[in-house]
Ligand binder design. Structure first.
Ligand code: ZN
Ligand code: ZN
Length: 665
C-alpha cells in the first residue's frame, strides 16, 4: 500500500482542481494506494476538523497537538506581518504530519510547500519520501515554484517548461504532461463535432461564475447570432438559475440553463465554444476537451498567464469587456468557421486529456524508485522506520551495532539464478543488514570475455544502465521493507589464459558503470573515484569450487596491496588463511549464485548502518569479523527448500590475527 499525501491550497489558481484530479486518477490507476489531500491553509474550522477525522483513518492516528498548532497558526490574523513565525508553525505542523503519516510520496500543487519541506529536511542526507510539484501556473510562472527542489515538476505545456529550463531547472526534472484535469476528459470518447458552418447549430457553453449581473444581456446578444444554441451553467446559484430560466422562457429549443453539474467534461467535449473566466482549471479543461475558449474575465495578478495561454497559442480569444463576447463568437464562425477551425487545430496539438492518469503513473513510479541522482541512502538514524518492520527501539539506533553483510552476490543479470528483486527479498527476509550485488562484467579484450559475451554469463554493455537503475529502485524498496542496505557493485572479470594472469575484482558501492576494458589499476582508480571499494575476490586457490583459480592479484601483492581496500579471506566454503596470515584487510562473502549458497562465509561489521560507515569500517578493517553462516532451524529453513540446503555444520568464527580493539566499552 503506497501512501501519497497531496498538499494544496484553496487560493484559486487550479491548486485544488489539480490535487483532487490527481487523487482520483491515483485511485483509478492503483488499488494499492492511499491518497490524502490536505490544505494546511484552509481556515474553516469545520473542514480542518473533517480532515483531522478522516486523514488516513484506520492507518495513522493523528497527534492532537498538530491540529492545536494549526489552529493557532490560522487564528493568527496578521499572517503576512508574522510570516516568519507563521512559516515556522506551518513547518512544525507539516513536519508532524509527515512524521505521523510517513508518506511514500508527497505531491504539492502550491509552491510554498516545497520551501517548507526543504526547510524541514535541511539537515538530513535526504528526505525519506519522493516529492513532486505540479506547477499550476501557465507561462507567467512564479519562481517560487522551482526555487526549492522537487524530484520532478509536472507542467502543463512546453511554454511553461521553457520558463523552468531558462531558470536552470534540469530538463529531465521537467515533465510536460498537461494540466491534470479530471481523468474523465481522457476517458470519454471525443465527440466528433460538426464544424459549425452555415445552417448547423453552433453549440456554446456559457460558464457563469462571475459577472452574473450582466449575464442576462450577454445571453440576449448571443442568441442574436444565427444558429447559436446555448448551454448555461450557473453553479450553485439557485437564484440566478431561476432568473435566467425566466428570462429565456419560450426559447427552450435554444437555451438550457443548468445549475451545478458534474458533467463538465462531457459538456465541453460536445460544445463548439466555452465562455468563462480565465481560471486555471476552466482554461485547462477547455484545452483538454479541445473546446476553443472565449475568456470574459481575467483576474489581475492571478489569471494573466492563463489568458495569455489562450491568445498566444491561438486557442480562443480574450474579451476586454463582456459585451465583446457575442462579437468574438460571431467572428469565430464567419467564413465557414475559419477562425474556429484554426483554434481547433491548435488545441489538438496542445490537448492532453489523459494528463492526470499519466501523472498518477509517474507519481507511483516515483514511490518505487527515487531519483538515482539523489544522494546516497539516508543514514539509518534519519530514516523513519515503519513500526511493522522494526521495533520502536530501532528508531533510536544511531550508534554502531553488529551488521550481517554479504558483498558478493550474482543475479540473473549474469550467471545467478535469482532476479534482483528476488535477491533483495531473499536476503531481506533473512534479516541481513547490508548486501552488495556484484554481477560479472567481462573484459572484452580477454579471450574468456569474448566467449562470455556470447553467453548470458555476464552483464552486457547494453544492459548496464538498466542494471544500475533496477538496483537503485530495489535499494529504496529494501530499505523501506527490510531496513536493509543494498549497494550496487560489479565483479570485474579479468581472465587470462592462466590462473596467474587471471583476476576477479569486486567494485563495491558504484554509482555508475565502469569501462570493462580498463586494466586493473585503472579499474581500481575508477572505483575509488566513485567512492567505492576495490576488493580482491577469491584471491587464492579454491579447493571446493570448480571455477578456475584467479591468482593474479595475490601473485602481484606488492603492486596491488596498496591499491586494494580488502581481500576475500573466505569465499563461499573456501577460506584463505594466507590473507589472515599476511594481515591484509579482509572480507568474507558468499559469491552467491543460488539460494543454497547462503550457507557460506559472511562478514560481520561493528559500525553504524550507513554505506559510508560500512565502507570506512572495511577500509580501516577494525571491528571486522567473519562468520560461517549455517542452517538455522528457524526462519532460514522456512525460506530455502530443504533439498537446497547443505548439511548443517557447526558455526565457527574466524578472527583476524591483528590485535582486536575492545569495541565500544
Ligand atoms: Zn569470481
Ligand atoms: Zn563471483
Amino acid at each position: 500500500m503506497k501512501k501519497i499525501l497531496i498538499l494544496t491550497a484553496g487560493f484559486g489558481g487550479g491548486h485544488n482542481a489539480a490535487a483532487q484530479n490527481l487523487r482520483e486518477a491515483l485511485e483509478l490507476v492503483s488499488e494499492e494506494v492511499k491518497v490524502e489531500v490536505l490544505d494546511l491553509f484552509e481556515s474553516s474550522y469545520g473542514s480542518i476538523n473533517t480532515i483531522a477525522q478522516n486523514a488516513y483513518q484506520g492507518m495513522v492516528q493523528y497527534v492532537p497537538r498538530i491540529w492545536g498548532g494549526l489552529y493557532s497558526l490560522l487564528d493568527n490574523s496578521s499572517f503576512i506581518e508574522n510570516r516568519l513565525t507563521s512559516f515556522t508553525r506551518l513547518k512544525d505542523a507539516l513536519s508532524d504530519i509527515l512524521h505521523e503519516t510517513q508518506p511514500d510520496c508527497v505531491v504539492s500543487t502550491y509552491p510554498v510547500y516545497a520551501h517548507i519541506i526543504q526547510e524541514i529536511y535541511r539537515d538530513h542526507a535526504e528526505r525519506p519520501f519522493a516529492f513532486v510539484t505540479i506547477v499550476t501556473d501557465s507561462i507567467t510562472v512564479n519562481s517560487s515554484w522551482f526555487r526549492a527542489p522537487s524530484d520532478f515538476y509536472s507542467v502543463s505545456n512546453e511554454a511553461t517548461a521553457n520558463v523552468l529550463k531558462a531558470a536552470g531547472v534540469p530538463g529531465d526534472q521537467i515533465k510536460v504532461l498537461g494540466f491534470p484535469v479530471s481523468h474523465r476528459f481522457g476517458q470519454a470518447p471525443m465527440e466528433t463535432l460538426q464544424p459549425p458552418v452555415f445552417g448547423q447549430p453552433r453549440k456554446i457553453l456559457y460558464v457563469i461564475n462571475t459577472g452574473k449581473k450582466k449575464s442576462g444581456k450577454v445571453i440576449d446578444h448571443l442568441l442574436e447570432i444565427p444558429d447559436v444554441v446555448l448551454t448555461v451553467t450557473v453553479g450553485r446559484d439557485a437564484e440566478l438559475k431561476t432568473k435566467l430560466t425566466e428570462r429565456t422562457r419560450g426559447l427552450a429549443d435554444r437555451v438550457r440553463v443548468l445549475g451545478w453539474t458534474n458533467q463538465m467534461p462531457e459538456l465541453m467535449m460536445s460544445h463548439h465554444l466555452v465562455i468563462g473566466k480565465a481560471g486555471a482549471a476552466l482554461v485547462q479543461e477547455a484545452i483538454a476537451a479541445r473546446c476553443p475558449m472565449i475568456v470574459n474575465q481575467v483576474i489581475p495578478g492571478q489569471e494573466e498567464g492563463n489568458a495569455r495561454l489562450i491568445t498566444e497559442f491561438g486557442l480562443g480569444a480574450v474579451a476586454e469587456r463582456n459585451r465583446e463576447v457575442p462579437e468574438l463568437v460571431a467572428e469565430a464562425f464567419e467564413h465557414k468557421a475559419k477562425i474556429w477551425l484554426e483554434w481547433r487545430r491548435n488545441l489538438a496539438r496542445m490537448s492532453r486529456p489523459d494528463a492526470a492518469v499519466r501523472l498518477a503513473e509517474l507519481v507511483l513510479e516515483k514511490c518505487e524508485a527515487p531519483d538515482p541522482t539523489r544522494k546516497s541512502i539516508p543514514l539509518f538514524s534519519q530514516v523513519p522506520i515503519r513500526p511493522s518492520v522494526t521495533t520502536a527501539a530501532d528508531h533510536a539506533v544511531t550508534e554502531p551495532r553488529m551488521l550481517l553483510c554479504d558483498f558478493h552476490i550474482h543475479t540473473n543479470y549474469s550467471d545467478g539464478k535469482l532476479s534482483v528483486p528476488e535477491v533483495v527479498d531473499f536476503y531481506g527476509r533473512l534479516g541481513f543488514d547490508c548486501i552488495c550485488i556484484t554481477d560479472h562484467l567481462a573484459d572484452p579484450r580477454r579471450l574468456i570475455g569474448k566467449l562470455a559475451r556470447l553467453s548470458s554469463m555476464t552483464v552486457s554493455e547494453s544492459q548496464l544502465e538498466e542494471y544500475f537503475k533496477v538496483i537503485e529502485r530495489e535499494r529504496w524498496r529494501a530499505l523501506r521493507k527490510y531496513n536493509m542496505l543494498v549497494l550496487t557493485g560489479m565483479e570485474f572479470n579479468k581472465d587470462g589464459y592462466t590462473q596467474k594472469s587471471s583476476a576477479h575484482l569486486l567494485g563495491i558501492d558504484l554509482k555508475a558503470p565502469i569501462d570493462s576494458a580498463l586494466d586493473l589499476p585503472e579499474t581500481i582508480a575508477q572505483i575509488h573515484a566513485q567512492g567505492g571499494l576495490a576488493v580482491a575476490s577469491h584471491p587464492h586457490i579454491m579447493k571446493s569450487e570448480w571455477g578456475k583459480n584467479t591468482l593474479h592479484l595475490w601473485e602481484n601483492q606488492e603492486k596491488f596491496a596498496p591499491l586494494i581496500d580488502a581481500w576475500e579471506i573466505a569465499n563461499r566454503n573456501n577460506i584463505f588463511d594466507c590473507v589472515g596470515m599476511k594481515g591484509l584487510p579482509f572480507l568474507a562473502n558468499s559469491d552467491f549464485h543460488k539460494p543454497k549458497h547462503i550457507y557460506s562465509w559472511k562478514t560481520l561489521l561493528y559500525c553504524e548502518k550507513s554505506p559510508e560507515a560500512i565502507k570506512q569500517c572495511i577500509r580501516r578493517n577494525e571491528h571486522v569479523s567473519i562468520t560461517l553462516y549455517r542452517k538455522d532451524r528457524g526462519s532460514a529453513a522456512a525460506i530455502v527448500p530443504r533439498a537446497a540446503v547443505a548439511e548443517p555444520q557447526p558455526a565457527i568464527a574466524y578472527f583476524p590475527p591483528r590485535p582486536l580493539e575492545v569495541a565500544h566499552s
